[in-house]
Ligand binder design. Structure first.
Ligand code: ADP
Ligand code: LRH
Length: 487
């Protein structure tokens, strides 16, 4: 029986999970977890990548203690962020975190040189100020020119463990630099940001074997013999592989720091309508596209929790929110002001005050405001997805850490008026391991993997209950989210 380890690092935490395929079922066991987060240095925001690498090695040491001597290994992380590597293979700079503010005006600036609609038509990726396209545009040009290679974060982690250089496709698509037609980095956009094709590696497909972890690392740290497999290194790509969808068209919500809501398609949709609604076509494993929207997600509650004087767990905040009357305070969760405010509590309060609503004061009121607004945003997004895809959506799969927020799952079912199928929580690590199992010949393909997932992991179904005055609340929310606020 083969052992497969997923290194899955999200914006708020990283974990190592071992997976095995036994008697037609996948078994997962998380054996190591560590916190992650962005760090400020002189007004800029970075990831502590050396700490992350140390934690991966510590996790692998723990694997050896668990009795794992040999395994395959895959790595996934959040998208868009990159390391610059010099000609000697050394990292040139700290890795900027996508919430760093240097990209704030980049879209406006690029727009003067090239029409955004034309960019969208050939790339098909939603405009987010932190996409790699805009980060590289805003990057110090001298530093950028010194870069022999530009590696996205998981590519960099593979490089550090093995010396192999890759540019994994699913994550590479989050750069907003891959051309849908040529299936390559787009020369015109590269020129626009002053980057050469050679600075990126050859594109690599999920599923490829990449060779072993360096012998020196194995010996120094006493970790298992690991054979690296290139997985779907964008965490969302892995998460969607781990969705147990049975229907031809299933909708999903990957619920973590971000809420990624969408469908899986065999073709990209990059037309006027998807452009004006700002939907993305991220590349998935095995020839799929994730047609989805980024919604600000549980970042909102993470940041409120960080600011509150009293210490609350996420479960405490859910309990507090349950005590509060619903739909008294609503925010447009996707307003730019929530991307990296100094103080999320004040930002939410300011938004409510400016839009003429009562202002949430207590932890419960703030949490209620966030959960109500997210549920309404999910409803709005599901309606848009059905419209843009021209097929109905009958249910919603929720995966990721947010599955543990049973109040939000029920609220989503109620507000969106459809059943919510919640689980598995660790769908990202699962998707990472699924690619390894397919490459090792244990599972045939993604469709069989979804069938096996359904048989391996419990799910909870939340049936919708009627919401008092839903029509009026939806109308109010649509008004709030269509105009934007005068600030
Ligand atoms: P990421 O991978 O993006 O770092 P996760 O998928 O691990 O995020 O999800 C983390 C989120 O899950 C937290 O921000 C929190 O909102 C939610 N969560 C975790 N545990 C609980 C819990 N016990 N109750 C409610 N929500 C929870
Ligand atoms: C989720 C995620 C998302 C990206 C964002 C940068 O972790 O990868 O898909 O848009 O982080």
């Amino acid at each position: 029986m083969k052992k497969h380890i997923a290194v899955d690092i999200g914006a708020s935490s990283g974990r190592l999970v071992v997976g095995t395929y036994e008697n037609g079922k996948i078994l997962l066991k998380e054996f190591y977890r560590f916190p992650n987060g962005i760090e400020e240095q002189n007004g800029n925001y970075f990831w502590n990548i050396e700490k992350i690498i140390n934690e991966i090695v510590n996790g692998l040491k723990a694997a050896k203690k668990e009795g794992i001597d040999e395994c395959t290994l895959g790595i996934d992380t959040w998208g868009v962020d990159y390391a610059l590597i010099d000609v000697d293979g050394n990292r040139i700079q700290e890795i900027y975190a996508y919430r760093d503010e240097r990209t704030k005006t980049a879209i406006e600036k690029i727009k003067k040189q090239k029409s955004l609609k034309d960019i969208y038509k050939k790339i098909g990726i939603q405009f987010l100020s932190f996409n790699t396209l805009f980060q590289l545009y805003a990057h110090d040009q001298e530093e950028l020119m010194k870069a022999h290679k530009i590696l996205l974060v998981p590519d960099y982690l593979y490089y550090r463990l093995s010396g192999r250089l890759i540019s994994e496709k699913t994550n590479a698509s989050t750069t907003q630099l891959l051309n849908l037609e040529t299936k390559e980095y787009d020369e015109e956009l590269l020129q626009l940001i002053g980057v050469k094709r050679e600075q990126f590696e050859t594109l690599t497909e999920p599923g490829e074997f990449l060779g072993p972890v360096r012998e020196s690392i194995i010996k120094e740290h006493d970790i298992p013999q690991c054979e690296l497999i290139c997985v779907a290194t964008h965490d969302t790509a892995s998460a969607v592989l781990g969705v147990p969808g049975a229907e031809k068209h299933f909708a999903y919500l990957c619920s973590g720091t971000w809420s990624l809501m969408g469908v899986e398609n065999r073709y990209p949709i990059a037309n006027e309508q998807s452009y004006s609604m700002n939907y993305t076509n991220e590349w998935g494993a095995y020839g799929t596209y994730r047609f989805l929207k980024n919604i600000m997600g549980l970042w909102l509650i993470q940041e409120v929790r960080r600011q509150l004087e009293k210490e609350y767990s996420f479960a405490d905040l859910v309990m507090e929110a349950k005590k509060i009357k619903p739909f008294q305070f609503l925010i447009d969760c996707n307003d730019e002001c929530f991307l990296k405010p100094e103080n999320m509590v004040l930002e939410v309060q300011h938004y409510c005050q400016k839009s003429g609503q009562s202002v949430p004061q207590t932890a419960g009121e703030l949490a209620r405001c966030i959960f109500d607004s997210l549920a309404l945003m999910y409803r709005k997004t599901l309606k848009e997805l059905a419209l843009l895809n021209e097929y109905p959506i009958h249910s919603l799969h929720v995966v990721g850490g947010g599955v543990q927020n049973e109040m939000l799952c029920q609220l989503t079912a109620d507000v969106a008026e459809l059943p919510v199928i919640a689980g598995p929580i660790e769908s990202t690590a699962l998707g990472n391991i699924i690619v390894q199992m397919i490459s090792c010949g244990e599972i045939a393909d993604a469709a069989e993997a979804r069938k096996v997932t359904r048989e391996s992991f419990p799910i909870t179904i939340y049936q919708p209950a009627p919401v008092h005055q839903l029509e009026r609340i939806v109308k109010q929310f649509i008004q709030l989210t269509s105009g934007g606020l005068e600030r």
